[in-house]
Design a binder for this molecule. Sequence first.
Ligand code: CTP
Length: 419
Amino acid sequence: MLKDKNIILGVTGGIAAYKCVDLVSRLRKQGANVHVILTKGAQNFVTETAMREISGNPVVTSMWQEIQQYDVEHIALARLADVVLVAPATANVIAKCACGMADDMLTTTLLATKAPVFFAPAMNTNMYENSITQQNLHTLQERGCHIIDPAAGHLACGTSGVGRMPEPQELVEILVDFFATGKELAEPDEADSRQHLAEELDFSGLNILVTAAGTREPIDPVRYIGNRSSGKMGYAIAEAARDLGANVTLISGPSALTPLAGVNFFKVESARDMRRLVLENFPESQIVIKAAAVADYRVKNVADHKIKKNDEELTLVLEKNPDILKELGQKKQKGQVLVGFAAETQNLIQYAQSKLEKKNLDMIVANDVSKPQAGFNVDTNLIKLLKRDGSIEELPLMSKKDLAYIILNHVMKIYRQHN
Ligand code: CTP
């Protein structure tokens, strides 16, 4: 997918810059032509020589240097780019780009390019979570830039939290995915477009309960059973519902996504924790959308201490978790709207239909997670909406943010029929 693609890699002054040597090497192995721009800050972490050797191309370090290979003006790279990736992207470069500044070669290229732009923010957690940075990222996203969620973990500043640059392999996969799917990505119809729906839909006065991400079922104090759900679909729905005026409660399993401002946010670990909070909030909610990937089983005897490796084999006995959605379906009162998700790898419609009925849902969002652009941990999804009247609405590949508005539009139609 990356063969002969011109990738402009903007490296800014964060400690994760050292990972870019590996990143460039991986991109080249995929057949890409990589052109590196190092900001002044980046040059404290990685040298021009290293980047030149690994990329096989001249490295741009200043607006004023004499560029041998591109004997053209200073926006040549902006024109050449099939994609621009800024990794790591510091809070500073994000802020500059959000304001449209162009005071060095990287920011100038970013302002001049028409190519898709990806930012991989990497910084201290507090800086990342600061509302100014979040606002800047939001601004960039609104203008069509792609923001790659930072990972959580140990940070160079000695703390732990969200703010790590994803591993080079993950960044390569994001670009591969983008070129594989980006061109097919459908724009919603005008009637279904985010802007149009935002004008049409009004959820004010409604309490919406959304669950998101996967649960973690402990094995011992340090290990757990989890799943690949990132929470992106559920968070997109909660965010859209908030923006449409709803009073949103978001109950999330562990996720690297930033907690949403302006919603009642609860973080939980296990299915049983999630069940408790969901049941507490259910009676007050007019609409419930269960996007969480809840573990169907938990470990029967969770060890009090870390399990040591002794025998060649280790057997874990699992017992069934409560099916939260099914319970809600049984408790549902007249007028409440209940929406579930079905992540399947085969017989999508048949399994989703049976869940819709068994769990007494009003609508189910079915997605085939065996497709690379759909389901877990990607920004896009390929879904079908199944309703109680037997109708099936098949949607083209779209961003989860666009789909969130379309799902809420269908939810509102059902809500109006019931109330
Ligand atoms: N769900 C839930 N509680 C569970 C399992 C699932 O509330 N213990 C919800 C999910 O949030 C989702 C829907 O049920 O909205 C579908 O989940 P899924 O695991 O696909 O369905 P299951 O009924 O568990 O069916 P199976 O595992 O057999 O596919």
